[in-house]
Design a binder for this molecule. Structure first.
Ligand code: CAA
Length: 260
């Protein structure tokens, strides 16, 4: 299959995919998103003897500097929602890909670029890598999963700071926060990514796919936990035990709960 913006090299079963828009710092325009979607949902699945995928950006400056802002001027509320949904669908396909997908983050990973790296199963950063979700600078929010996956990796406290300030963090800080697996000099990063995929390729392939599925399942919210809490709190306040507990507190005596 021909790609305009992706370079694909099969290196002994490891598919090295390079987003090839160096002059635009590998920004994700519509065409690139379509190609990433096609690659992960068709091409890569149909190929035989695939051990895994390494995703990186062309040049030495950027992994991906975000969604292509030059395409933004035609957006309105409806088109924006469609764009975010299409993007999330592509990134879910990466997250659900049955072989390991490693982002080799070789420079700026901003906005959609940070989100793309987070959709991959592991991240190896070069020392010059920078991560951030600067969408608020443009008056928008992340649309390709950034508000959700950043929390999954680094926790709410730091995630909300980065999302609200739009600040960038350096590779060593990303490592400290648990956003990346390794930080390495540029010349060592590809070797490490290949080593990791090589190791997984010696394991049971079904087990590898099932580990990926099971880890993903942890984050599937079939239920709204906060809404559940409201409902269960209401239930307990309707019990005899609650009346007894509150009364006992006020009367400064131990509660005599009946389980009713
Ligand atoms: N979209 C389109 N073009 C981009 C781009 C982007 N996200 N990021 C950089 N470029 C282009 C620049 O316009 C410039 O092109 P020209 O030479 O034609 O002007 C070229 O790449 C080089 O960029 P700079 O001259 O800006 O390089 P710099 O070294 O001065 O700065 C940078 C680098 C800090 C990464 C800066 O380019 C930047 O801030 N880029 C935008 C980052 C951003 O806001 N990303 C979020 C996008 S919104 C998003 O992703 C939404 C979502 O979740 C779906």
């Amino acid at each position: 299959m021909a790609y305009e913006n992706l370079l694909i090299n099969d290196e002994d079963g490891i598919l090295v995919v390079t987003i090839n828009r160096e002059k635009a710092l590998n920004a994700l325009n519509t065409q690139t998103m379509l190609e990433l979607g096609r690659f992960f949902t068709e091409d890569a699945l149909q190929r035989e003897n695939v051990k895994g995928v390494i995703l990186t950006g062309a040049g030495e400056k950027a992994f991906v500097a975000g969604a292509d802002i030059k395409e933004f001027l035609g957006l309105d509320a409806t088109k924006g929602q469609e764009m975010a949904q299409r993007g999330q669908d592509v990134f879910f396909a990466i997250e659900r890909f049955p072989k390991p997908v490693i982002a080799l983050v070789n420079g700026f990973a901003l906005g959609g670029g940070c989100e793309l790296s987070m959709a991959c199963h592991m991240r190896i950063a070069t020392e010059n890598a920078r991560f951030g979700q600067p969408e608020v600078n443009l008056g928008i929010i992340p649309g390709y999963g950034g508000t959700q996956r950043l929390i999954q990796y680094i926790g709410k406290s730091k995630a909300i700071e980065l999302l609200l300030t739009g600040d960038m963090i350096k590779a060593d800080e990303a490592l400290r926060l648990g956003l990346v697996n390794y930080v390495l000099p540029a010349e060592e990063a590809m070797g490490k990514a290949k080593e990791l995929i090589g190791k997984t390729a010696t394991k049971g392939p079904i087990a590898i796919a099932k580990v990926i599925e099971s880890v993903n399942a942890y984050f599937q919210h079939d239920e709204d936990g906060f809404a559940r809490e409201v409902s269960e709190f209401g239930y307990t306040t309707g019990t005899e035990d609650f009346k007894e507990g509150a009364q006992a507190f006020i009367e400064k005596r131990p509660a005599d709960f009946k389980g009713e």
